[in-house]
Design a protein around this ligand. Sequence first.
Ligand SMILES: Cc1cc2nc3c(=O)[nH]c(=O)nc-3n(C[C@H](O)[C@H](O)[C@H](O)COP(=O)(O)OP(=O)(O)OC[C@H]3O[C@@H](n4cnc5c(N)ncnc54)[C@H](O)[C@@H]3O)c2cc1C
Length: 284
Amino acid sequence: MSDRILIVAAARGQTDTLPRLLAAAEHLSGSGDIHTFGEWPPEDAAPLIADLATGCRAVLAADDDFGRDAVARASALAGAPFLGGVIAFPTPVAAVRPQFADSVHATVELPYGAFVTVRPTAFEPFVGFIDPKPQLHPQSPRSGSRQRALVTAPGGGPDLASAPVVLGAGRGAATLARMEIVRRIAARLGAAIGATRPLVDEALAPPEALLGQSGKVVAPRLYIALGISGALQHLAGVKDAAVIAAINTDADAPMIEAADLVWIADLDTALPELEAALADGGRR
Ligand SMILES: Cc1cc2nc3c(=O)[nH]c(=O)nc-3n(C[C@H](O)[C@H](O)[C@H](O)COP(=O)(O)OP(=O)(O)OC[C@H]3O[C@@H](n4cnc5c(N)ncnc54)[C@H](O)[C@@H]3O)c2cc1C
């Protein structure tokens, strides 16, 4: 049996995510082969990942859009088990996965040859020389018109998974006018924009912006929840933020309970005020 661990990353997340994947691999005490997949669509990367995984003890990828899609497909092609959203490896043959919107952490066996996505923020970045060097696969052989842009916040901006500040837009922000101000505030703060399920359902945010149990899990330095009630399924994706701020008309909303900083206000007045205060350099 080999000790080789295949680490798979999308190029975009490399700077922040790769050191965290390496830290996760360290827990498995194996030697890592790193492959990064530039701008590959997951469906193109999956067969190559399945091939590269032959004889590997485990395949590790970030639990992001690329990892979840490409690695789940690759596991199916390889006929190997898939474990998603792992947050710890207590031993080299065990993995911890959150379940039921993070209310239960289950320790499960890590089978030989498993394909695994890990939450990058659950692992402190590896510090040291990266050995061996990542092997780059810059472009899919089938690239071209099919190639999918890697998704960032709507309208560009920092990557949601690693942005230090994230603005979360909920149903309370669900008008074009409010979202326009949210985008301007995000640009001013250098923040990424995430969203709740209703915003995505109403097409005011792309599916990739969904935060929570069925979407992304983030751990920014500051999370600002705008018109979000704080359902368990949403909180599962943002509760690890260092500081949570919330603006809501309802003082009894669970999001207000979960927040460190609270502003009870209507977004129609709060958003323009916030924008003006930022434009003022915070002098108000
Ligand atoms: C299996 C399952 C998985 C799910 N996964 C996810 C997930 O991953 N992510 C997710 O987000 N949801 C998920 N959901 C949906 C989740 O349960 C909630 O329905 C959703 O998070 C609610 O979104 P919201 O807070 O934007 O909307 P609402 O619950 O409708 O809350 C809107 C909030 O905005 C406030 N508000 C309204 N108007 C204003 C205003 N003008 N100014 C200020 N505040 C205002 C209200 O007081 C309220 O608190 C899932 C549900 C299920 C069943």
